[in-house]
Design a protein around this ligand. Structure first.
Ligand SMILES: [Zn+2]
Length: 410
């Protein structure tokens, strides 16, 4: 850590000739654009983010200088909801769904989460890490500098822990996104008796997962886990220091968002079927709403309630939900586009929901905006306009990735 360097020391990195610097500064009109700007870092921390004319940091012989040539610079994306650790693939299921099969019909035929659990169990830990690393690299190239990774394809105590170990192993590798891990033991249903499995999770599962994860999560849904089961998990996890997340109101109104508010969860995710009362409850409890517009689009439900969340006073995050069944997508720029096109967000709201909203959904106060003192996670775009992130549908607008003050790609 070099964030506590004395003032006056030369910058280790400086990005000059920035046409539009998106700071995310909440004190000014979103998304907080500074024209003709400079961004400077000392170690992993931002020391200056503002107009070139006001640059206050020293440039020394060791300073790495990046010339943006008039391009826009935005905060690195924080993808706060992914299921990145899996083996196998479900292209057949994708075709079945396109032909009209429902999520539930696919699950009844042995597809769905169950098929990924089997494929993941059949591979070695090395194979699991290699497959996950490829996805994480794609994410970095698309501008994701922090990624949350859930377990959930184990459905036995040991297999869930193996997923967490694979995710944490990646977090120690250079030139990949920073990794935050979430224990998701209640996802699909286990082959064993569900009550016995739940007791195991509450006992040895939580104790073993706590050193490997920052959060606990549950799939609160008809056909998966009910509110009472999820509540037992979230309350017990709190005693182990794991903060709560909830898959809530994805395909039905299941009561997950009221549960998230009741237990003081850090986020409630999906929310496609949330009521206005649910959203008011999330706002009152300070729960961040994570929208997953890729999954919403693939599954064909109601549009994600971005506008309604903001009107209720809920902080909104956009995330990929990257998973092999309902949204194989590593692209946060595409989520920004979908946030505008399908969730009712303004472009500035969607752009900030991807980094700053994601950071809120992970309880990370040190990133998601480009302000002095925060981690220097920034993207130099290949365009002079920040609006192009959402406007250029399906493109990758990222020319250079800076993570923790270092140039890391693509
Ligand atoms: Zn999920």
């Amino acid at each position: 850590m070099t964030g506590d360097r004395p003032p006056g020391e030369a910058a280790t990195l400086v990005v000059v000739n920035i046409g539009q610097l998106v700071t995310g500064d909440p004190r000014v009109r979103a998304p907080g654009v500074v024209e003709d700007a400079v961004l400077a870092a000392s170690g992993d921390r931002i020391t200056y983010a503002g107009p070139a004319s006001g640059l206050e940091v020293a440039i020394g012989p060791e300073t790495i200088e990046v010339d943006a040539h008039g391009a826009a610079v935005i905060p690195g994306f924080v993808d706060a909801h992914t299921h990145l650790v899996w083996l196998g693939e479900r292209s057949e299921e994708y075709a079945l769904r396109a032909a009209g099969a429902s999520y539930e019909e696919i699950a009844e035929k042995g597809g769905g989460i169950r098929s990924t659990v089997a494929a993941t169990a059949a591979g070695t830990l090395d194979e699991l890490i290699t497959a996950t690393r490829e996805r994480a690299r794609r994410m970095l190239r698309l501008g994701t500098t922090t990624v949350e990774i859930k377990s959930g394809y184990g459905q036995s105590l040991a297999a869930e822990l193996r997923q967490l170990r694979a995710a944490r192993g990646l977090g120690t590798e250079p030139d990949l996104p920073d990794v935050v891990t979430t224990y998701l033991p209640l996802h699909g249903l286990p082959d064993s008796d569900r009550a016995v499995y739940l007791e195991g999770v509450l006992g040895e599962g939580l104790a073993a997962a706590a050193p490997l994860a920052g959060f606990v999560d549950c799939f609160c849904e008809i056909g998966a886990w009910d509110v009472a089961e999820c509540e037992r998990l979230l309350v017990a996890a709190g005693a182990h220091g794991l903060r709560a997340k909830v898959h809530a109101e994805q395909r039905t109104h299941s009561g997950g968002s009221a549960l998230a508010a009741r237990v003081g969860a850090v986020s409630a995710d999906h929310l496609d079927h949330a009521t206005d009362g649910d959203l008011r409850g999330l706002a009152a409890a300070g729960v961040t709403g994570v929208l997953l517009p890729g999954a919403s689009m693939v599954l064909g439900g109601p549009p994600p309630p971005g506008r309604r969340l903001l009107e209720a006073g809920v902080t909104v995050a956009l995330a990929t939900d990257c998973n092999p069944g309902t949204c194989w997508c590593e692209s946060m720029p595409l989520m920004v586009s979908l946030g505008v096109a399908t969730a009712g967000l303004a472009p500035a709201e969607a752009l900030l929901a991807a980094p700053a909203g994601g950071a809120a959904a992970l309880g990370l106060g040190d990133r998601g905006r480009l302000l002095p003192g925060l981690r220097c996670d920034a993207l130099v775009l290949d365009t002079s306009r920040w609006l192009d992130v959402g406007y250029h549908l399906g493109a990758n607008p990222v020319a250079q990735v800076i993570a923790a003050g270092r140039l890391v790609g693509p």
